[in-house]
Write a protein that binds this ligand. Sequence first.
Ligand code: COA
Length: 577
Amino acid sequence: MAEKKDLTIRFGGEGGEGIISAGDMVARAAARSGLEVLTFKTFPAEIKGGYAMYQARFSHEKILSEGDGFQVVCVFNKEALDVNMADLKEGTVLVYDYPGGDIEDEVNIEGVACYPVPMSRGAKEDLGTYRAKNMVALGAVAELFSISMDSIRETVEAKFGKKGQDVVDINFKALDYGRDHVRNNLKKTDPYKMDSGTPTEGTIVIAGNEAIGLGALLAGVEFFSAYPITPATEVASFLSRHMPKFGCTLVQAEDEIASIANVIGSSYAGAKSMTSTSGPGLSLMQELIGMSSMMETPLVIVDVQRGGPSTGLPTKHEQSDLLLAAHGCHGDASKVVISPENIEDCVYLTVEAFNVAEKYQTTVLFLSDGSMGFRTSSIKRPDPSKIRVVNRDRHKPANGNGEYKRYEITESGVSPMAHPGDPGCAYISASLEHSESSAPKYTSDNHVAMLDKRFGKLDTVEDFFPATEVDEQEGATLGVIAWGSTIGTLREAIGVARAEGVKVSAIYPKLVWPLPMKALQPFIEKHDKILIPEINKQGQLAKVMKGEINFDPISYTIYGGMPFTPREIADKIKEVS
Ligand code: COA
């Protein structure tokens, strides 16, 4: 890939023009040829119109983040050209719709290889369908950067086959049109091409939301209920395709309140249960999350975060639900919050989210985000035999002493759970404070004992789920802490900063509530300065941590609907170190 260890190709244009499809086909072709792939897409909330962007980054090495921009951008219209103009720096490549589109003049930018391709005109006038414009562009891009046309044709067939053979055929023609335009009219002047990797057996290309669904299946999910919401809907659509094969039940609820009520009920009845939503849905669920804490019901709530508050920015990236996840609900509601870094985590930490929920009989909030939900990445096919699956501690009626105490105070704080119908184990499961045997009870001593039980049992979560990685550098006085998908960007930024001579350490917590104090406390004490980059206005992790640990972090926040770039974090590290 021409002197660079990786290559990023971006497509930009109007929502509805097939930007996402074109980009996705490039990503899949790269994955098939054995390269690591990580994609990023962003688009407006409208079905048609507005600027849509899809980029795919490929490498022979593991890719940690969306990266610092592109080497190649293919723009479908003037707006996309304008949006990307500032990033068309020396050494980059522009492929653009000309002549015949809304870009009126030929583009010449010093140091940038500019390739005009008549995408709109070719599709409309020569092929008779504007719909195929994206495939003209893709054919040209494939030819310019040596992307396997066979792979692309296979993906076209797989994607558009259900629309009819005539749709597939016209798209094949459009690919050829783009390819021939390059062959006959353009001279390649840039150094970029997509190298082949070594295709590895058992690699899959999967989106973040699908990976969460896969993780749930590996954990043994038995019941799922959700209400569709951007950017979380694909968790539900993936599970709706696959859960029936395993004899599981999926209910599309009438709203988020009904969906969480459904999963509380099914978990009470003994089924491993999950719901998925985004910020607005999580807000609606608060009353019932409190109830589930009171009832000590094992359940997993996936929150694919988006820009808020309120309906906010449905398709944009933000990490702004941490305060709600950790501190939402009235009263003192106990719960656990886990946040994945990447697509592998979406698989394996979803399994762990179930494990924690089942072991501790608690609600686990799984905070993914828009960027990761929409991202596709190549990962190794999971091996179910290597995955730990933990089930709840069931009360065994035969060994009991005749009286079943659902909320018995035990050393661990976890009380074995009976399921409806277990002989002699009837109990009341409700939202009121209760005694050990589950009857409503409001005495002071009892409330104190039960709250201490519900919170105390979570003291060992950090030992059970030790997912905090520390990367210390000898002599570093600056430590950096990130959460969620910002961890991948931070890892890359740490590499950049160290290569530029800065001594810096980092810690990557994936359990974000209760805080993993055993790992965090010594890390914070060891460093003079702590920097916390995150994508929200208030510096939510910094606030949560300051509430628990006596220190004064440097909060670095952005909140423009986009992830950090590694360069941004590396520059901040250099500034504060
Ligand atoms: N031939 C035939 N069909 C084609 C095609 C081609 N050459 N290129 C694309 N298409 C089809 C795609 O298959 C897709 O159809 P489908 O929905 O039936 O699968 C459709 O055209 C859109 O193309 P796609 O490439 O997926 O997206 P796009 O780049 O045009 O962008 C979106 C469209 C994604 C921005 C828009 O549709 C969207 O979903 N917006 C967000 C909506 C949202 O979530 N709002 C929030 C609500 S709260």
